[in-house]
Write a protein that binds this ligand. Sequence first.
Ligand SMILES: [Zn+2]
Length: 111
Amino acid sequence: MSVPHEISKQVHERNKFICVYCNLDGRLSYQNYKSLTIDHIRPKIFGDNHSLQNLVTACFACNQLKGHYFPKHLADEKEVMNDIKKYISKQRMRDFERYIETVKPFLKERK
Ligand SMILES: [Zn+2]
């Protein structure tokens, strides 16, 4: 079940339309704004938790890179968020290399 519109509006307003993981600012461009999603800090597979504390603004890339990751061994909220941020940036570096490899053969075609 996806997050009801009223709830996602509240979450984006609380987070000022900024991805909590990479600081992508949805106010700066339409493209950025359209990439904003709602992330369940504790993933839905652990049971639906649509409470506002469990929901944050995340850009599409961060949400996808995070996947179902959750540091179950941590209890402190701040530590959980820092751990997730670290996980996402590690995934982003790997994915970035894949992206470069994927598009490299096609870069010349643009000239
Ligand atoms: Zn992000």
